[in-house]
Design a protein around this ligand. Structure first.
Ligand code: PEP
Ligand code: CO
Length: 409
């Protein structure tokens, strides 16, 4: 166990041990823990500070230039899907959806993948029951295995190194893709993003940039805090407050205007545009009552946030009949349109959508050719939450874009 400290040093960020950190794996007593942490501290950055600055600069111009933002990818990335071919397929999907959004709205679209590090998952239930047995839930490949057995679900800190290597492979492919994309402005990406969940991992990938002197989280371009870890006095928000990356924050239906304002103050005390992306994910019905007072409070306080709608995470339902989680496309479209309307009614910029979408032709959400719960069984391969397939994601984006185009015409 490292000594408690609140100091920041050049090589790494030490958050005070006293800060509450929700959703952390219990692995500090593991024999490999210290060595893994040492290796991470001395590992090269996965993304360069200059790239992070470029994204932040694009995001800072987003509101005035009327640019849109699309963030999408797997709920949980798999170690086994980091090959050149897998990454190319995922990037093709993000590009296709971004191009469609751009074509329908006449606006440029900054593209951000949920990829290159999306290997850790917060869970509502710490344990899972399998008949007579009960063992830890799957928490993403950075922590344990999806295979349902007591041993494979034990948290293993070596997985942080495997996650680093897997991220490195994906980041290299993404970099090649950014360079090789003739005709597309470099600002449009694709950039990487993930939920900065595992404090042991993320704090060890904070580096001070020699050119500018700022600290950057070099595990990704755009880290976000999730609904379960967005507490303004918690370790996750403290981590993101310490670095100069653009940062996201999910906000669920229990968030109050005060909560959200506190997070904005902590993450962006100087109210810099392009720094904070707020991502409401409240559910089709609750968004109508919960979001408006939050938008008012944030806007009145002069916080220049980027509003990005996540129509997925507040609309998850369990299908008991087939024992799988799903989401209805109609619910997601309804929430996405309500999100856009609420933001625009408050004269703010509805920047775009945050979605979970698969590269393959999966049947995890209901809509389009996936007509009923039985159809889910055809091709359900998500490691965590149900993802849209490309046809479903296109339908969602088209519905959202139509309103944007007509409203601003
Ligand atoms: C997610 O994005 O996969 C997720 C867990 O989101 P949230 O924090 O909004 O629940
Ligand atoms: Co998810």
């Amino acid at each position: 166990m490292q000594p408690p400290s609140s100091t920041v040093d050049v090589d790494r960020l030490r958050l005070p041990e006293s800060l509450p950190a929700a959703q952390q794996p219990e692995w500090r007593e593991h024999v490999a823990y210290d060595e893994v942490c040492q290796r991470l501290v001395s590992a090269p950055p996965l993304v360069a500070a200059a790239e992070i600055r470029r994204l932040r600069c694009s995001l800072s111009r987003l509101m005035t230039a009327d640019v849109l933002l699309l963030q999408g990818g797997d709920c949980a990335e798999s170690f086994y899907e980091c090959t050149e071919q897998h990454v190319a397929e995922k990037l093709r999907v993000i590009d296709r959806l971004g191009d469609r959004l751009s074509e329908l709205t006449g606006r440029s679209v900054i593209r951000v993948g949920r990829m290159g590090g999306q290997f850790a998952k917060p869970r509502s239930q710490a344990m899972e029951r399998h008949g007579e047995l009960s063992f830890p839930s799957f928490r993403g490949h950075m922590i344990n295995s999806e295979i349902a057995a007591p041993l494979t679900r034990k948290a293993n800190p070596r997985r942080m190194l495997w996650a680093y290597d897997a991220s490195d492979k994906v980041q290299r492919e993404m970099r090649t893709h950014r360079r090789g994309h003739a005709g597309m402005p470099a600002m449009e990406g694709p950039w990487s993003s993930h939920e900065a969940l595992v404090i042991d991992y993320e704090t060890r990938l904070v580096r001070r940039d020699q050119d500018m002197g700022d600290l950057y989280l070099t595990s990704t371009h755009l880290p976000w805090v999730g609904e379960r870890t967005r507490h303004p006095d918690g370790a996750h928000v403290a981590l993101l407050a310490s670095v100069a990356n653009p940062v996201g924050c999910k906000i669920g239906s229990t968030a109050t205007p005060d909560d959200v304002l506190n997070v904005c103050q902590t993450l962006n005390p100087r109210r810099e545009p392009g720094r904070v992306v707020l991502i409401p994910r409240m559910g089709r019905d609750l968004i109508r009552e919960v979001l408006p007072p939050i938008v008012r409070r944030v806007a009145n306080a002069g916080h220049p946030v980027i509003w990005l709608g996540d129509p997925m995470h507040g609309n998850t339902v369990m299908c008991d009949q087939v024992g799988l989680k799903t989401r209805y496309l109609t619910d997601m479209i309804t929430e996405a349109l309500r999100f856009r309307d609420i933001i625009e009614e408050h004269r703010q910029h509805a920047a775009g959508l945050h979605i979970e979408v698969a590269a393959g032709d999966v049947t995890e959400c209901i809509g389009g050719s996936v007509k009923c719960e039985d159809d889910l069984l055809r091709h359900y391969s998500s490691l965590c939450d149900p993802r849209l397939n490309v046809a479903q994601a296109t339908e969602l984006i088209e519905a959202w874009a139509k309103g944007v185009a007509t409203r601003r015409a």
